[in-house]
Design a protein around this ligand. Structure first.
Ligand SMILES: NC(=O)c1ccc[n+]([C@@H]2O[C@H](COP(=O)([O-])OP(=O)(O)OC[C@H]3O[C@@H](n4cnc5c(N)ncnc54)[C@H](O)[C@@H]3O)[C@@H](O)[C@H]2O)c1
Length: 441
């Protein structure tokens, strides 16, 4: 039976409210409720937090966090002094700022921290934060390598009840909640395969970011920024465009695919590393000295489920998650979820019968209708439903979920194990690309 009840194509045409969706007829469009208002905690307790890394994403997290009720930013750390100014502009002049993140962790009044450094710093800062007794919101991809991810999961286990929430915000969106509900309620039957896609086509989309205008070794601790990567002379382009090099970032896999894989894990209930990954691609357009590919096609296998991922920085295509099952498709794209149910049975006599001589074809058709018309009469027609909702990129619900967990100790939606699995898919895809072979977990 239809999960949403029978709304026939006739009803739809009478209502006149549909639109063509991907070649299908849209039976109806449903607006998902806006995110619930995030209320101040009943106790009136204020969660005091710090932030480490106040760059592009850190500043967005900080803006989002300080707009929530019942929280206060106490301290911010960044290796570039310009971002101390930015932190104060966002969170108030009383925010303490420092280049040394340990000074944030040493503050006993701080309960939790956001970690929004480049990927190659995540593990060290997160492990130190857990050891200092803080709950952590760590940006995606959780780790810079499989080994680092395993160390981070271990650090959570040994932290005496502290937790890590990983920052792929899609899993807190109403849209992915709807996709998950549809898949788990059997709306598409048995899960068969998943397609994930994202394409960009601009210098900014390809991470050719403008370095801060005043950046210099005087206002940036460039030596510390490079961590244990072989040291290079001061280079503002590496500072701003670190995603382009595997020494610092994780390329399209860790920057983009990790969101898609996290959404896929959430919607399908798969919470595992892939059994194997195989990737092809190359640097086809952005020949600016980067070593990460700008075209990357990956096949992942989870148990028996194949997941294909198409990433490109050379052609713009919408971010799409397409979950295919024996009874239809759930597609998340363009800030909507489209449910395309399929009966999975013949709805007309066989195409092959046109190869029969006329009398045989007439006999076949008569028998076919005698047998199948009663079955078809019992099944509603497969109409399409489109759910529209707030952007899946909205940080607010995900950050609110984090603070809520800090207060209540209820589990977060995206813990370190989940984050390690999503990151593992990306690390395996990159390893396959660089090694030129299938990589197994
Ligand atoms: N969830 C999302 O949608 C999303 C979006 C963008 C970026 N991100 C992630 O956020 C992280 C940061 O990305 P970004 O684009 O903001 O990078 P960024 O380069 O703009 O900012 C990183 C900041 O971290 C600071 N930093 C580096 N090492 C530090 C250290 N040891 N101590 C203190 N500060 C340090 C740098 O000085 C810089 O200001 C990355 O892991 C990225 O993948 C997530």
């Amino acid at each position: 039976m239809s999960v949403l009840g029978p709304l026939s194509r006739r009803d739809f045409l009478r209502a006149g409210s549909g639109a063509a969706v991907g070649g299908y007829l849209a039976a109806r469009t449903i607006d998902l409720a806006a995110e619930a208002q995030i209320a101040a905690p009943a106790s009136g307790d204020v969660v005091r937090f710090g932030i480490i890394g106040v760059g592009t994403e850190g500043s967005a997290l900080l803006r989002t966090a300080v707009a929530l009720p019942g929280v206060k930013c106490v301290a911010a750390s960044d290796l570039y002094d310009g971002r101390h100014t930015l932190a104060k502009q966002i969170a108030g002049q009383d925010v303490r700022t420092t280049r040394r993140y340990h000074e944030v962790l040493d503050d006993k009044s701080i309960q939790c921290v956001f970690v929004a450094t480049p990927d190659f710093w995540h593990k060290q800062v997160v492990v130190d934060a857990l050891a200092a007794g803080k709950d952590v919101y760590c940006e995606k991809p959780m780790s810079h390598s499989l080994v680092e991810g395993a160390d981070m999961v271990e650090a959570v286990r040994n932290s005496g009840g502290k937790f890590v929430q990983v920052g792929s915000q899609r899993v807190s969106s109403a849209l992915f909640a709807k996709a998950k509900e549809l898949v788990s309620s059997g709306a598409i039957g048995d899960l068969m395969q998943v397609e994930l896609q994202l394409g960009r086509n601009s210098p900014d989309g390809a991470w050719e970011y403008p370095p801060p205008l005043d950046l210099s070794p005087e206002n940036l601790d460039w030596i510390t920024w490079q961590k244990d990567v072989p040291k290079k002379p001061f280079n503002p382009y590496i500072f701003a465009r670190w995603r382009c090099w595997h020494q610092y970032g994780t390329g399209m896999a860790g920057d983009l695919m990790v969101h898609l894989v996290s959404g896929m894990q959430f919607a399908t209930g798969i919470n595992a590393s892939p059994d194997w990954a195989t990737t092809i691609g190359g640097i086809f357009r952005w020949k600016d000295g980067r070593n990460m590919p700008d075209v990357q096609d990956t096949l992942l296998q989870y148990g028996r489920t194949p997941v294909s991922v198409r990433l490109t920085l050379t052609t713009e295509t919408p971010e799409t998650t397409r979950i295919l099952g024996s009874k239809g498709v759930v597609e998340v794209a363009n800030n909507s979820v489209t449910w395309i149910p399929q009966l999975g049975i013949d709805t007309s006599s066989s195409y092959y019968s046109q190869s029969f001589p006329a009398a045989m074809r007439a006999e076949y058709d008569r028998e076919w209708h005698e047998k199948n018309d009663p079955i078809l009469a019992r099944h509603p027609l497969a109409d399409v439903t489109v759910y529209r909702g707030p952007s899946w990129d909205d940080l607010r619900p995900h950050v609110a979920n984090f603070f809520n967990a800090v207060r209540t100790r209820k589990p977060v939606v995206e813990d370190a194990v989940f984050g390690q699995h999503a990151a593992a898919a990306c690390h395996m895809a990159n390893a396959s690309y660089f090694e030129g072979k299938t990589v197994r977990s």
